[in-house]
Ligand binder design. Structure first.
Ligand SMILES: O=C(O)c1ccccc1N[C@@H]1O[C@H](COP(=O)(O)O)[C@@H](O)[C@H]1O
Length: 212
């Protein structure tokens, strides 16, 4: 069965919508430039209701040790998602500081962007293939951009991997049919406005992904 991550949750109502619909991973974005930013202390109080029901993911972008340490002490995530330009050395440091599993997002625009996966596959527990944002974009993710899913072809990776970028309730079925992704991740596609999650769209996304 496809594993599903709902990312950028900031309210109890929408977190409950994700949990009740059967999300496997729920994500807190700790990145001040994001409309979904939540400080670690508040994330810890919000996400406590998810513990044991879904894996808790802290999404970070080139985070310093101090922030990683704060996230580890407060939120205690099951996974740290690295969504910036981290190196494998920094990623191993993030793993050591947090004691959490690691998801590494790789930006994809063309087929040769998958080359980075060869090395990262040996460091990350899960790779996440997300669309490369347009030049000058403030956010490295969460912008609803998708890449050409056929680029995945019949590539094989060591661990189950996430497809992300521009997914929504209407296209997740097609995305799964084309890519055979074992895991999917969504943020802006289940919102009514940037940073405003929609319980109905969360439920529809999970239902449509499961149906496929
Ligand atoms: O969601 C954000 O605001 C965000 C900020 C910084 C880094 C990553 C972020 N989100 C991640 O990007 C994917 C794809 O987003 P979308 O579905 O295209 O909107 C999202 O699932 C998060 O993992």
């Amino acid at each position: 069965m496809t594993a599903i991550k709902i990312c950028g949750l900031t309210t109890p109502e929408t977190l409950d919508a994700a949990l009740d619909a059967g999300a496997d991973f729920v994500g807190a974005v700790v990145f001040p430039q994001s409309p979904r930013h939540i400080v670690p202390d508040r994330a810890a109080r919000l996400f406590e209701r998810a513990r044991g029901r879904a894996k808790i993911v802290a999404v970070t972008v080139d985070a310093e040790d101090a922030l990683l340490d704060e996230i580890a002490r407060t939120l205690k995530p099951d996974f740290i998602q690295l969504h910036g330009a981290e190196t494998p050395v920094r990623a191993e440091r993030a793993r050591a500081v947090t004691g959490a599993g690691m998801i590494k997002a790789l930006p994809i625009r063309r087929g040769d962007d998958f080359a980075a996966a060869d090395e990262w596959d040996y460091h990350a527990d899960h790779l996440m293939f997300d669309a490369k944002p347009p030049e000058g974009a403030v956010l490295p993710g969460g912008v609803g951009h998708r890449f050409d899913w056929t680029l995945l072809g019949d590539r094989v990776f060591r661990h189950p991997w996430f497809l992300a970028g521009g997914l929504n309730p209407d296209n997740v079925g097609e995305a799964l049919r084309i890519t055979g992704a074992p895991m999917v991740d969504v943020s802006s596609g289940v919102e009514s406005a940037p940073g405003v999650k929609d319980a109905g769209r969360i439920a529809a996304f999970i239902q449509n992904a499961r149906r496929t």
